[in-house]
Design a protein around this ligand. Structure first.
Ligand code: PLP
Length: 359
């Protein structure tokens, strides 16, 4: 008798799926979205444009209008811009095109939890190098890491997740110039960092032929629910990604949503400076609490360390959901909190003080 099920691929047996809890609690500060919905003008335009869509037809496979509009923001032609359903799909496509059996991906620890998962799904070998004791990446460590491991690919997020710490362009250059690898800089949070001056590697693209820069509409652009990300690169990279993408991978509704967001860019991203200010207010207030150490952040979240083992549960019991990293490598005792509205941040601060005050 055949069994009622077949076993999952043997190398996936112990994979734990990505699973930041989606709980219905009053204050949700665990997945780094922006707390403010897109402005009314966005929805007005979007609904107007949706009724004109030919939804009985497949969408534009190349997403040409969207890629053209994205390229215009950076002075790049659409041939050097790629888009997909969230930057996570782009990371997967990059691994499908350049990773796989016999290929090595270099990561830094701590880093974004999806990188190793996507590497495993694509049978890409992962090598991990620890960031320094301050969780920074200096150019010498960067250079040493690529020289020791000779990777085919390097993924690094700046500002980094879960720390919020941005890496210097010198470190990016060291990763590139010391290796033969495709260096993917994940700038999911860069808009929050740019308030304090330009930290983006986009300006290095023409100089560094194997650099690619990945961005998303999920954070500063307030469209996590739409699933849209993009990549800025050289044309040969885009040509390779077309070999692995699914046909019609960005649906027509999301293409329109992206276009409308870009047309209304100033309004859609108007809250960024406020969130950066609120981050600093939250950081100061948290640092003033006894027993709390907060990392510097250029993103819309803060990583902090306390000695209290069950702090995550204590906060949850008070209606505040944050992200638990307390058992992750190098992050013992750490939690991450997303910057919310002033009211949400106050609620978090009150819960934090109460939770640390007693059992
Ligand atoms: C949130 C995040 C993303 C965004 O992923 P999407 O698929 O675009 O929603 C990408 N990289 C990092 C490091 C992130 O934290």
């Amino acid at each position: 008798m055949p069994a009622d099920r077949i076993a999952v691929r043997s190398d996936l047996g112990d994979v734990v799926p990505y699973g930041a809890p989606q709980l219905d609690v009053p204050v949700r500060l665990n997945t780094n979205e922006t707390p403010y919905p897109p402005p009314p003008a966005f929805f007005e335009q979007l609904t107007k444009r949706l009724v004109d869509l030919d939804l009985h037809r497949y969408p534009d496979r190349r997403a040409w209008a969207l890629r053209t509009a994205l390229g215009d923001r950076f002075g790049l032609p659409p041939e050097r811009v790629w888009a997909a359903k969230g930057s996570n799909e782009i990371l997967l496509q990059v691994l499908q095109a350049y990773g796989g059996p016999g290929r090595r991906l270099l990561l830094f620890r701590p880093g974004y939890s999806m990188y190793p998962l996507l590497a495993r799904a694509t049978l890409t070998t992962t090598v991990e190098v620890d960031l320094d004791s301050q969780l920074r990446l200096d150019p010498i460590t960067a250079r040493g890491a690529v020289e020791v491991y000779d990777p085919d690919l390097v993924f690094v997020a700046s500002p980094n997740n879960p720390t919020g710490i941005p890496f210097t362009l010198d470190a990016v250059r060291a990763l590139h110039d010391g290796s033969r690898a495709l260096v993917l800089l994940d700038e999911a949070y860069v808009e929050f960092a740019s308030c304090a001056g330009d930290v983006s590697a986009v300006g290095l693209l023409d100089e560094l032929p194997r650099l690619v820069v990945c961005r998303t509409f999920s954070k500063a652009w307030r469209l996590a629910g739409a699933r849209l990300g993009y990549l800025l690169a050289h044309k040969w990279v885009i040509d390779d990604l077309r070999k692995v993408r699914l046909p019609y991978h960005i649906d027509a509704m999301v293409q329109v949503a992206g276009l409308v967001a870009l047309e209304l860019a100033d309004e859609v991203t108007a809250h960024i400076a406020e969130l950066a200010r609120e981050r600093e207010r939250l950081r100061d207030a948290m640092s003033a609490v006894d027993g709390v150490a907060v990392y510097e952040s250029a993103a819309n979240f803060l990583l902090f360390r306390t000695g209290v083992e069950d702090l995550f549960d204590r906060l949850l019991a008070r209606g505040v959901l944050v992200r638990d990293f307390s058992r992750a490598p190098r992050l013992a005792g750490c939690l991450r909190v997303t910057v919310g509205t002033p009211d949400e941040n106050d609620a978090f601060l009150a819960a934090l003080k109460e939770a640390l005050g007693g059992p």
